[in-house]
Design a protein around this ligand. Structure first.
Ligand SMILES: Cc1ncc(COP(=O)(O)O)c(C=O)c1O
Length: 390
């Protein structure tokens, strides 16, 4: 089946956070929302069909989780990333962030340290701080417009007695796909210093331009015994509202302790649609994903070319993966709140403020390009007009 991603989707009856919460977040109704990381694009038809079939059963009682669900995750990881996971290490969650929060709540003591690598997905910060942990920052290094890990600094932070490192693999918002060499260095530093790695791989299916994702735990047996991996089909297939993710634990003991926490919080089960949608995605979603990635590459090229030709003051990155672009807006000459105000009130666009991703985010905005190209054209023309009137 050929998918047409061009029509501008109507999400007015969709109870969408991106649209329905935009007025509150940005303070006005008339903006184009291009922020939170989901897609204004329709998911794969086999997923929709599976959900309609399930809905037609008309019974939505408590839902069991078949072994088949984990087998499909295993098969997907083997096929995509050549990662052979024993399903006995897998566990279910209602999302990567709920999992991380449950994990921190239970396994992080008051005042214990967690390393994060800003600018990075901001909910990592709250997942640690809300549960009493302290953040140790290992900021990415920016060299000639590309981001790299500062290994010396990482080693220093690891030696300060960090308990965990949360690595965004691949990285949101800078769009880096970490190489095997980089991940090996990170994994080794963590292993040598008793730091367990939490590898958030939620964006890993969205590899652009033939880039290759390396699961941290797949690198060696030693790393797999020191890594908690978070994976999910929800980012890949635009199913975030169905709330499901899979965690691969380094050992049975930790998995059982985690499942005990879920039991005590009575959050073991999930909704019946999350299962059928994810199983259909892993089984029948690949063709849609292939076409989606091509469309996203086109959207990214469009933004890069548009900025080059019309708004050279804004320099977008070319992400290796996913649909989030990191716009360097420093040459607009607007500081802090003025930059945000410009995007909202002059360009009438709702992007994420780069500062929310921590150190290194000042002067940047994050743009979500998982939408119709026609909508992006409208948005970029609004931006161009706003820049002209500066
Ligand atoms: C890096 C990263 N991790 C986790 C999440 C959220 O995952 P979930 O919806 O499964 O909690 C996001 C969402 O944008 C993300 O970018």
């Amino acid at each position: 089946m050929i998918y047409d991603f061009n029509p501008i989707m109507d999400r007015s009856n969709n109870y969408s956070a991106k649209h329905d919460e935009a007025a509150n977040k940005f303070g006005r109704e008339d903006i184009i929302p291009l922020w939170i990381a989901d897609m204004d694009l329709k998911t794969a038809q086999p997923i929709i069909d599976a959900m309609i079939d399930r809905a037609n059963q008309g019974m939505f009682g408590y839902t069991a989780r078949p072994e088949r669900y984990f087998e499909l995750v295993k098969d997907w990881q083997k096929k995509k990333n050549n990662w052979d996971i024993d399903i006995k290490y897998m566990s279910h969650s209602t999302g990567v962030m709920p999992m991380m929060c449950h994990f921190m709540r239970e396994f992080l003591g008051e005042g214990e340290n967690v390393i994060v690598q800003p600018p990075v997905y901001s909910e990592f910060f709250t997942a640690v701080e809300d549960w009493g942990g302290e953040l140790l920052y290992n900021p990415l290094k920016l060299i000639d417009g590309d981001y790299y890990i500062d290994f010396d600094d990482l080693e220093e932070k690891a030696k300060q007695g960090a308990k965990y490192l949360i690595i965004c693999n691949p990285h949101n918002p800078v769009g880096r796909v970490w190489t095997k060499e980089e991940l090996t260095k990170v994994g080794q530093i963590c292993l040598d210093n008793g730091v367990m790695v939490i590898s958030d791989e939620i964006h890993s299916d969205l590899m652009l331009w033939e880039n290759k994702h390396i699961p941290m735990a797949s690198i060696s047996e030693e790393f797999s015994k020191n890594t908690v991996t978070c994976i999910s089909a929800t980012k890949t297939f635009n199913l975030a509202g169905l709330q499901v993710s899979t965690t691969v634990f380094p050992n049975i003991e930790l998995k059982e302790k985690y499942e005990d926490v879920q039991g005590r919080l009575d959050s073991k089960r999930n909704n019946c649609f999350s299962l059928v949608s994810n199983m259909a995605a892993y089984e029948h979603g690949e063709e849609w994903l292939k076409q989606l990635l091509k469309y996203l590459e086109g959207n990214i090229d469009y933004i890069i070319n548009f900025c080059k030709e019309n708004i050279p003051q804004i320099k977008p990155n070319r992400p290796d993966c996913t649909y989030l672009m990191w716009l360097n807006c420093k040459d607009l000459g607007l500081d802090g709140d003025d930059l945000v105000d410009f995007f909202i009130n002059k360009a009438k666009l709702g992007l994420n403020d780069g500062r929310s991703f921590g150190e290194g985010g000042e002067g940047y905005m994050r743009l979500n390009v998982a939408c119709s190209r026609l909508l992006l054209e409208k948005a970029m023309n609004q931006l161009k007009e706003a820049v002209i009137s500066l």
